[in-house]
Design a protein around this ligand. Structure first.
Ligand SMILES: Cc1ncc(COP(=O)(O)O)c(C=O)c1O
Length: 323
C-alpha cells in the first residue's frame, strides 16, 4: 500500500523501471495502477539494479525508477540519482528489507523522492503487518497522509483519490514494543551471520553474501549462492535435502517477478534482457536466522550443507536414478 500510494501521489504513469529480482509486490504496485513495470537486470555482485543497464530501458514513456535494497544492502544510490536527474525521472526505493541500515553513513529512508519500509512479520522490524513511507518532501508527506485516509482533508472534504492505508493500532503497538529491542535483534542476527560465515567459509561452490561492516546493517538475511557446477548438487536438490532435515531454507525471489502472472503473459520475452536475474534465481538459497536460531543449529545446518556438497555428485546421481 505504501508503494502504491507514493506511486500515485507522485503521478507516475507510463513505464517505471524496476528489478525482476524482488518480491512481486514491487511490480504489482505499478501494474495495479496500469503502469508498466519495465524489468531491468541486476548487478550479480550486489543483487540490486545495475545502473549501467538502466539507461537502455528508458523510453519516452518512462516516468520513474524504483530501486530495491535487496537483503538490506543499499542500491548504488548515487548512480541511480544521477540517472534520474539526467532523464528527469522520479526515484523511489523499496526499502522493505532495509530498516536500520545505513548507506555511506546516512540512514536508509532519506534517499530518492521516498523510501518505503515494510513492517511485515518476516521483516527485521516486525509489527506483524504495516509499513512506513519516509520522505524529505513535506508536501508529498502531507498528500500521502490524506491519501492513506481516502483523501479526506477534514470533515466532509475529500481532495484526493485515496484508500485505507492506515496502520492498525494493534500492529502499531506491537511495532512499538519491538522498537525497544532492535539493537538486541541486530546483535543476535550479527552473531548468527558471523557463525554461518565461519562454518560455511571453506565449502567450495557455496558463497555467502557479505554485509559491509563499515555500515549499519540489520543482518536479517543469510543468503547463499550455490554454484552447482562446483558443488555437484543443484540449489533445488540441496533445498530438498535441508527440508527433509527440517531446515527451512528458501529460494528467493524464485522464479523472478517476470515469470509470475500477469508479467509472464504480458511480457513473455522479458527474460531475454535479464540474464543475471535468470542466473541468480537459480542459485540463491536463504537460511534460517533470528532469535530462534542458535550457534548449535547453525553448526548443524552448515554440517548438512558440507555433507551434501562433499557427496554432491553421488546424491545428484542417486536422485536422478530414483526418477
Ligand atoms: C522487497 C519487498 N518489497 C515489498 C514487500 C511487501 O511488503 P508488505 O508485505 O509489507 O506489503 C516485501 C515483502 O513482503 C519485499 O520483500
Amino acid at each position: 500500500i505504501g508503494l502504491e500510494l507514493v506511486i500515485r501521489a507522485l503521478g507516475l504513469q507510463g513505464e517505471v523501471i524496476v528489478p525482476a529480482f524482488t518480491f512481486v509486490a514491487t511490480a504489482h504496485a505499478l501494474q495495479w495502477q496500469e503502469i508498466t513495470p519495465v524489468f531491468s537486470d541486476i548487478d550479480p555482485a550486489t543483487h540490486n539494479l545495475d545502473p549501467a543497464r538502466i539507461e537502455r530501458m528508458i523510453t519516452p514513456r518512462t516516468t520513474g525508477v524504483i530501486g530495491v535494497h535487496v537483503w538490506g544492502r543499499p542500491c548504488d544510490i548515487e548512480a541511480l540519482e544521477a540517472i534520474a536527474r539526467k532523464h528527469n525521472l522520479a526515484l523511489l526505493f523499496d526499502a522493505a528489507h532495509a530498516f536500520g541500515v545505513s548507506h555511506r553513513g546516512r540512514m536508509i529512508g532519506r534517499f530518492g523522492q521516498a523510501e518505503v519500509f515494510s513492517f511485515h512479520a518476516t521483516k527485521f522490524f516486525n509489527a506483524f503487518e504495516g509499513g512506513a513511507i519516509a520522505t524529505n518532501d513535506d508536501a508529498l508527506a502531507e498528500k500521502l497522509r490524506l491519501m492513506r485516509n481516502f483523501g479526506f482533508a477534514g470533515m466532509d472534504n475529500v481532495i484526493y483519490i485515496g484508500t485505507n492505508g492506515k496502520m492498525h493500532e494493534f500492529t502499531a503497538a506491537a511495532g512499538l514494543t519491538a522498537l525497544d529491542s532492535l539493537d538486541a535483534f541486530i546483535a543476535i542476527n550479527r552473531r548468527n551471520y558471523e557463525a554461518y560465515r565461519a562454518h560455511l567459509a571453506d565449502i567450495p561452490g557455496v558463497d555467502m553474501i557479505a554485509y559491509d561492516d563499515q555500515e549499519r546493517n540489520n543482518y536479517q538475511y543469510i543468503v547463499l549462492e550455490i554454484d552447482a557446477e562446483v558443488t555437484g548438487i543443484h540449489r533445488d536438490l540441496l533445498m530438498r535435502l535441508l527440508h527433509a532435515e527440517r531446515v527451512r531454507a528458501r529460494r528467493y525471489f524464485y522464479p523472478g517477478v517476470h515469470r509470475m502472472e500477469p508479467y509472464r503473459s504480458l511480457y513473455p520475452h522479458a527474460g531475454l534482457l535479464l540474464p543475471e536475474t535468470e542466473r541468480l534465481v537459480d542459485r540463491v538459497l536463504s537460511l534460517p536466522t533470528g532469535t530462534a536460531v542458535d550457534e548449535g543449529a547453525i553448526e548443524r545446518i552448515a554440517g548438512l550443507i558440507r555433507f551434501a556438497v562433499a557427496h554432491g555428485h553421488d546424491i545428484t546421481r542417486a536422485m536422478e536414478n530414483e526418477r
